[in-house]
Design a protein around this ligand. Sequence first.
Ligand SMILES: CC(C)(COP(=O)(O)OP(=O)(O)OC[C@H]1O[C@@H](n2cnc3c(N)ncnc32)[C@H](O)[C@@H]1OP(=O)(O)O)[C@@H](O)C(=O)NCCC(=O)NCCS
Length: 187
Amino acid sequence: MGTILRPLLPRKFEYVLFKADSLEPPEDADFTVEQIGPGQEPTPEQQAFFVRCVGSMGFWYQMRWVRRGEGWAWITRNDGQPSSTMFATPAERLRKIFPVITEEKAMNIGPGYTVPEFRGRGLYTKMVQYAANVAKEQGWGPFYGLTSLSNAAAIRGQEKCGLKRVGVWAGTRVLFNLIVMTRRVSD
Ligand SMILES: CC(C)(COP(=O)(O)OP(=O)(O)OC[C@H]1O[C@@H](n2cnc3c(N)ncnc32)[C@H](O)[C@@H]1OP(=O)(O)O)[C@@H](O)C(=O)NCCC(=O)NCCS
């Protein structure tokens, strides 16, 4: 794991990991999708929306892989209004937290964010499916999703889109961020 990821982690965390080899394409998508593909840059308007959703640090961190040509960022719109964001980036860097991630082409789907007024209509679930299908077409897989154990909406969304729960890992940062210690604590 890079020195950049470590300080972004909470000092103590409990993450649920999900996995699937492939996901069904989304059904009945009532939104349009704007894609920032590998090597592409967002427009200033797109960037402002990403920052509003995931913060400037979070956006900058995710965009590192998009810029390197190994990741995607998406914005959805409902009736022209930006409604959610999603990212897909290589999962290999998460091996230090989840030693079960061993596949070279493993892809991490997320984080996703849905604007509060658009929540509860399946945007997150459908965008996880959409993201996995775009990445699979480019030879990526399997697909992982991770979320905090306390995030009931994200856990439900990941289950709904077809990802299977792998387990819960608890971790803590020690020694001024130099080390992240993790262990699997439950299913
Ligand atoms: C998590 C989040 C992205 C879900 O977005 P969404 O577009 O509303 O998700 P979906 O509509 O696909 O719904 C997900 C499921 O969770 C359920 N859900 C929503 N809020 C819930 C809650 N507080 N507790 C339990 N389940 C909840 C929904 O009802 C739905 O399940 P259902 O269809 O069986 O009813 C959104 O709540 C969000 O942006 N949260 C803040 C950012 C975040 O936590 N992102 C996840 C990082 S991994």
